[in-house]
Write a protein that binds this ligand. Sequence first.
Ligand code: ADP
Ligand code: MG
Length: 241
Amino acid sequence: MKAVIDVRDLVKTYGEGEATVHALAGVSLTINRGDYVAIMGSSGSGKSTLMHILGCLDIPTSGSYLLDGVDVSRLNDRQLALVRNRRIGFVFQAFNLIPRTSAVANVELPLAYAGVKASVRRKRALAALDMVGLGNRADHDPNQLSGGQQQRVAVARALVSEPALLLADEPTGNLDSKSTADVLAVLDQINREGRTIVLITHEDEVAHHARRVIRLKDGEIMSDVRQRAIQDERDEVPSWA
Ligand code: ADP
Ligand code: MG
């Protein structure tokens, strides 16, 4: 099975001398294609630091990181931006949609940055909205959508470039229980179709959906528990990488 994420001895320190903080104190971790991983841990345990490095938003102080087989631990800013655009889909707690811009135009954005031509962009964005059950809301602006619908648009935007990895930071943190259930159902579905998901959550209910739960403490992995096997690759929809 091919690893989407392979990190070895990841260390991230902030500050120096007596003020040094070891945000990550040596994390080694392999995540295979098709897994669905929840990262938990109390405040200050290093979750965001790890997510920023996995998302190529930051680089480690030391250690290695192979993303989809590519060594990204020493790329420069421009190269990291390219990796973020092509290989990673992000979903944030606050949705981060562009206001006064239709759902379909929001979903098209990553493709526009990647230089995909307009007609192809539109087609792929509509397909992504269909996938999250919002094909009939393509023309709606974010303020015409519920929180749960906005987050599903954000999921469509994260997936439209067919990334190797979907990274979600507290994706249901701003949602009521009904919208949380809707968004989790979409994540379950896209994972069943073979997409690899890593999410941060504080909620046991959310972590329960994952196939594997990793708990951090003081910048180290305290436990790593598999709840469900990764689905057999033969069950995957072939178009999903
Ligand atoms: P979590 O997301 O689990 O709450 P973080 O990864 O944000 O944890 O933080 C881990 C540790 O690193 C904390 O002690 C935090 O104070 C420290 N830290 C995080 N970012 C910075 C920074 N930019 N400068 C200094 N210390 C930081
Ligand atoms: Mg955090």
